[in-house]
Design a binder for this molecule. Structure first.
Ligand SMILES: [Zn+2]
Length: 128
């Protein structure tokens, strides 16, 4: 586990928001901790380019990876909200809805984390 140096986070947000073309987002580092099972969470506000970022005091992954991962979630958050709203409207079976929603979130986590890894490799190669 790595102890998180919170002082690095604003600089990392600025760096990776520029790289990922997400400068139009206003992200606030929250003092709240993420859910116990998560290293970090990003919580976009409905309809606005604002988000809360929560990061645990200790993490498995390095901070660059975590910040990149959380920022990548911003690309899909609107689609996810839309998708989950449509699913809630059309799937009346609560158990089925729960399974589908969990599976979708799992796929999103995998793709976002893979992309964060790809960006990390590219950054290392270009030593940006
Ligand atoms: Zn994630």
């Amino acid at each position: 586990m790595n102890k998180v140096n919170r002082d690095r986070i604003p600089g990392l947000l600025k760096k990776y928001q520029a790289i990922l073309r997400l400068e139009d987002w206003d992200i606030t580092l929250s003092d709240e901790k993420p859910d116990e099972k998560n290293q970090a969470e990003i919580d976009p506000w409905p309809g606005k380019n604002n988000a809360w970022l929560r990061i645990a005091e200790e993490t498995h992954d390095n901070l660059d990876h975590i910040v990149t991962h959380e920022l990548l979630h911003l690309y899909e958050c609107r689609r996810n909200d839309f998708l989950e709203t449509v699913l809630r409207e059309h799937i009346t079976d609560a158990a089925a809805l729960n399974i589908i929603t969990q599976e979708l979130r799992q796929y999103q986590e995998i793709s976002v984390d893979k992309l964060a890894g790809v960006i990390e490799s590219l950054m290392r190669r270009k030593s940006l």
